[in-house]
Design a protein. Structure first.
Length: 438
């Protein structure tokens, strides 16, 4: 008796994704980055300076708030990715989470706008991270659901272009809106509008209710003993199994482990370079308009990134190789970060922004394609990509922990950017350890 065919949602895609679908998904992705980077580039720093208690450094407040949000992000991304894997809604596995996550994120941004204390600011930012990560996990997983291997570099390039445009738009809205509250409200509105073309026009492949995959848990031996266990013991064992379900074994999947570490280190170097950019312009370069300076640097970065992100993705697809692009992108970003350490002038910052854009453009599209090619199982794409996306969120936790003491006690911004350059270079070199993807 022949085995029934797997549902479309659980098979490797073979038909190329259309331009309309790619454009709508890219716009939705960019809208989410508006919701993140309007606050991260401008609004949270201004709010931290306003709300910092007497005797408390604004850098410490910003580090604590962004670090707490990043912890929430690390949990939320794989969790909502796993939930979307198992969603058997009529509109598909991913679309319901994109819509619910963005609506929740907009509400959280409105709440953050009204925060009057550091605790309220931290709570609002954690809610933003929780909800927008639900949407981002679903958007990320939609790519391996719908895009064949040979097109993923190009689609990753368009998503990367939308990402940087979202960063620019978020920074611009936060700068020109007319205050912290207006900036948050503008970012919230843009985030909602940006996802509408995708959720209203496109449906993901539906997962039949009877074929819904189980969430893989850790291996549980002697199942009958559960019935004899105490309630506390049962909960502890079940929690341990659940957490094990989100762990991907480096021994069984070494390529995925090396790819994860590469992404983490390069993103950590980039996070260290960008975290205190507003304060760097204000306190080191003494720019008269540091907010505007951040906007100018972000725009320069965006122009050079847009010049490479899509081209690199197409080029990588065409020659069938990923590693050289990731390696040299990381090296170029290392050089750019080194400029911030060694050439502390406004022209130096402009050159660094341009080089960072070129390097991060190549890295964004090609590394994403590489990651989708080392996923262990089609049924768990959302969960596994959520685990991979921790390599994006964890640097937001690690960067403040490293940056605050370096700036305040261990040599200032020159040392900070030197450390960032070294970390990024190490990440670039480790991509050569991946064996299954050229």
């Amino acid at each position: 008796m022949s085995r029934p065919a797997a549902p479309e949602a659980l098979t490797e895609p073979t038909e190329r994704a259309g331009r309309g679908w790619t454009a709508a998904l890219a716009l939705a992705n960019g809208a989410i980055w508006v919701g993140w980077y309007g606050p991260l580039q401008i609004l949270l720093a201004l709010q931290a300076a306003e709300l910092a208690p007497p005797g408390t450094a604004k850098e410490s407040v910003l580090a604590w708030v962004t670090g707490a949000g990043a912890v929430v992000s690390m949990v939320a991304n794989p969790l909502f990715g796993a939930l979307s894997d198992r969603t058997a809604a009529r509109f598909g596995r991913r679309t319901p989470w994109i819509l619910a996550g963005v609506l929740g994120g907009a509400g959280a941004l409105v709440l953050l706008a009204g925060a009057g204390t550091v605790a309220g600011m931290a709570l609002g930012w954690c809610l933003v991270q929780l909800t927008l990560n639900a949407a981002f996990a679903a958007i990320t997983a939609a790519v391996p659901d719908r895009v064949p291997h040979g097109q993923r570099g190009a689609v990753g390039g368009w998503l990367g272009a939308a990402q940087i445009l979202g960063v620019v738009a978020g920074t611009g809205l936060a700068t020109v809106a007319g205050g912290v509250v207006a900036g948050y409200l503008a970012c919230a509105g843009f985030t909602v509008l940006g996802i509408l073309p995708y959720v209203l026009r496109y449906r993901d492949p539906a997962l039949p209710a009877g074929r819904r995959p189980a969430l893989r848990l850790g291996r549980v031996r002697k199942v009958p003993s559960f019935a004899r266990a105490s309630q506390a013991g049962l909960c502890g064992h079940a929690l341990g199994a659940l957490l094990a379900g989100f762990r991907i074994s480096p021994r069984r999947h070494p390529d995925l482990a090396w790819a994860w570490l590469t992404r983490f280190l390069i993103n950590l170097g980039n996070a260290l370079a960008l975290l205190y950019l507003l304060y760097y312009l204000r306190d080191v370069l003494h720019r008269p308009d540091p907010d505007g300076g951040v906007l100018v640097l972000t725009a320069v970065n965006a122009v050079t990134l847009l010049g490479t992100v899509v081209v690199a993705g197409f080029w990588s697809d065409r020659i069938g190789r990923r590693q050289p692009f990731v390696l040299w992108a990381g090296v170029l970003m290392t050089v750019a970060t080194g400029l911030l350490a060694g050439w502390q002038t406004w022209p130096g910052a402009l050159c660094a922004a341009a080089l960072l854009g070129v390097g991060f453009g190549v890295f964004t599209s090609v590394d994403f394609a590489l990651m989708t090619q080392v996923l262990p199982a089609a049924a768990d794409r959302g969960k596994d990509l959520g685990v991979i996306n921790i390599a994006n969120a964890l640097p937001q936790v690690a960067a403040p922990v490293l940056a605050a003491p370096i700036v305040q006690h261990l040599g200032g911004y020159r040392v900070l950017y030197g450390v960032a350059a070294a970390i990024g270079l190490l990440g670039a070199l480790l991509v050569r350890r991946i064996r299954g993807v050229a």
